[in-house]
Design a protein around this ligand. Structure first.
Ligand code: HEM
Length: 406
């Protein structure tokens, strides 16, 4: 029996036996009074596609009464009161409106223009470490590259980037709180205040002196005559700056980890570099950077032979769907040439990852550049790697590697 102990280091190291067991026992089961865990690909796809029956606002119901609210701690109250979700936690029509404000900036065509700049940044970052023959890949490349790119897209000054790392680490560590029995998020009110103050100042600067950046465009943007409120802007910036970066960092690091663990697969990519895009899709499938997401039933829903009642929550394990043998042949095998590869790592339906084209391009250029400038990449020790401390994400905080410079 494999226990659901999501904060246990052993679970973070290898959650796959748990997913496997869940799928075999039942592709969906009730894990708590109001909490379902869903493992099967077809059920997960059905949930993600049906945004009328499944809300992305996953706050447990009923929402707190005035007395309950008064008895809460500051952090609980903040979560309940200031609930101003980003588009990720919204349903139509608010979701449609928020998404339409930024979707233009993230289309594959817009993103493709960034390729030369991404390559220049990747090379610059590697220039510093290649001659030494060793690096912490996370620190040297997979963390800074996505942060620099999204900061440039938004128009955030380079000197402020370090602050985001601190905020981002804290927010990511707090993900999943509530689902694993810990009712409070780990994000401190001070952090939210600091972010709010920072973005208020940046918004003031851009309002006074608009530039050719996404922040200036968001401040000017109106849909149906309605401006983006400051809260909405704040949530949008946090979503773009934090969630998108951490996931792309993890994708790049996970790719290098799996290339080192499967030298035969790396050799296939080195022999035929045009395979890199399929290899990246396979890394996404094999280790979904976002392991799970949550939905709330808006009405009773029949799924398989079960009925999920209104307001019950469902944790949909994207990472388990990605290894469902009903969809993927030999799902436990890492195969850089796998096609088709209908993984769910970017989600599905109306919330399908807006940043997918950017994440794919950054990962491709980062890996191309790294592989062109190094030979014989290997781990410097056999210690377990320090993992991102939440079961919602799969990634490492450090990845020390050594190599021969080219
Ligand atoms: C490998 C990298 C990434 C992965 C695995 C990933 C994964 C996901 C997933 C699974 C969702 C859907 C969640 C749900 O339905 O509940 C999502 C949504 C989203 N992602 Fe990503 N993401 C990545 C990179 C990025 C980047 C680089 C950005 C932007 C700069 C970004 C921005 C967004 C936004 C804005 C949403 C919300 C879309 C909506 O609600 O309509 N992501 N992402």
């Amino acid at each position: 029996m494999v226990a659901f102990a999501p904060n246990d280091p052993a679970f973070l190291e290898d959650p796959y036996p748990f997913y496997e067991m869940g799928r075999q026992m039942s592709p969906l089961f009730l894990a708590g009074p109001n909490l379902w865990l869903i493992f099967g690909y077809e059920h997960i796809a059905a949930i993600l596609k049906d945004s009328a029956s499944w809300s992305s606002d996953s706050r447990p119901r009923p929402l707190p009464t005035a007395e309950q609210f008064a008895a809460m701690t500051d952090a609980q109250r903040m979560a309940a009161e200031d609930y101003s979700p980003s588009m990720l936690g919204e349903d139509p029509p608010r979701h449609t409106r928020l998404r339409s404000l930024v979707s233009q900036a993230f289309t594959p065509r817009m993103i493709e223009h960034l390729a030369p700049r991404i390559r220049a940044v990747a090379n610059e970052l590697l220039d510093e470490v290649i001659p030494t023959g060793r690096m912490d890949l996370v620190e040297a490349l997979s963390y800074p590259l996505p942060v620099i790119m999204i900061s440039e897209i938004l128009g955030i000054p380079p000197e402020d980037r370090e602050m985001f790392k601190t905020w981002s680490d804290e927010i990511v560590s707090g993900l999943g709180a509530g689902i694993d029995g810990d009712a409070e998020s780990n994000v401190r009110p001070e952090t939210i205040d600091a972010m709010r103050e920072y973005f208020e100042r940046m918004a003031g600067l851009r309002r006074a002196d608009p530039r050719d950046d996404l922040l200036s465009r968001l401040l000017e943007a109106e849909t149906d005559g309605e401006k983006l409120s400051f809260e909405e802007l704040l949530q949008m910036l946090i979503l773009l700056l934090v969630a998108g970066n951490e996931t792309t960092t993890n994708l790049i690091s996970n790719a290098v980890i799996e290339f080192m663990a499967h030298p035969d697969q790396l050799q296939r990519v080195l022999d035929a570099p045009e395979m890199l895009p399929t290899a990246i899709e396979e890394v996404l499938r094999y280790h979904s950077p976002v392991q799970a997401t949550v939905r709330r039933a808006t009405r009773p829903v029949h799924l398989g032979d079960k009925t999920i009642e209104q307001d019950q929550l469902a944790v949909v394990w994207l990472a388990a769907a990605n290894r469902d043998p009903a969809i993927f042949t030999d799902p436990g095998v890492f195969d850089v040439g796998r096609t088709p590869n209908r993984h769910l790592s970017f989600g599905m339906g109306i919330h399908f990852c807006l940043g997918a084209p950017l994440a794919r391009l950054e990962a491709r250029i980062a890996l191309e550049t790294l592989l062109a400038r190094t030979r014989d990449i290997h781990r410097t020790d056999s210690e377990p790697l320090p993992r991102v401390p939440t079961f919602i994400m799969r990634g490492v905080r450090k990845l020390p590697i050594a190599f021969t410079p080219v």
